[in-house]
Design a protein around this ligand. Sequence first.
Ligand SMILES: [Cu+2]
Length: 169
Amino acid sequence: MESVGRYLTNMKITKFIIPSVTLFLNLSCVGILNAASSCSFRIVGDDTLKFDLKEIRVSKDCDDITVTIAAGGKMPVSAMGHNFVLAKASEWKDLAMSEAKRFPKNPQDVAKDKRVIATTTFVGGAPGDPKEASVQIKRSSLDPKTDYQFFCSFPGHFGSMNGKFILEK
Ligand SMILES: [Cu+2]
């Protein structure tokens, strides 16, 4: 009889603990998702030279910004690679043209240009290609009075693969 009593007590505790833990986990997940969705951006580049985002709006509450570039097509990175490069709006076009001429496949080479504020590696859609690449940017390292632009530095892509990077005030 004693063991039945203990069993019933355990049942009561379990019934109380499990819903509490579940509620806590749900609340935690909502918190994490909200924080992540406002400061993390995912851009998909496809085989028709298009990004699915034409602008990125960064909330003023976000200091740690993450941008992920993802391959949405099937073509290989060597023929249809995409990356995310951030530059000042006043400098991005000249930068894009010089990068297209040089075509550095190594993102460290892109970053050597002083006009590059942030860059990811190239992604591609063929088997074995990196499908996603991310970069972190500190909002505090940017000037809210300056206009910024992002683009893909693969030769021939920047004309259609670009967008505004807006710091909300
Ligand atoms: Cu591209």
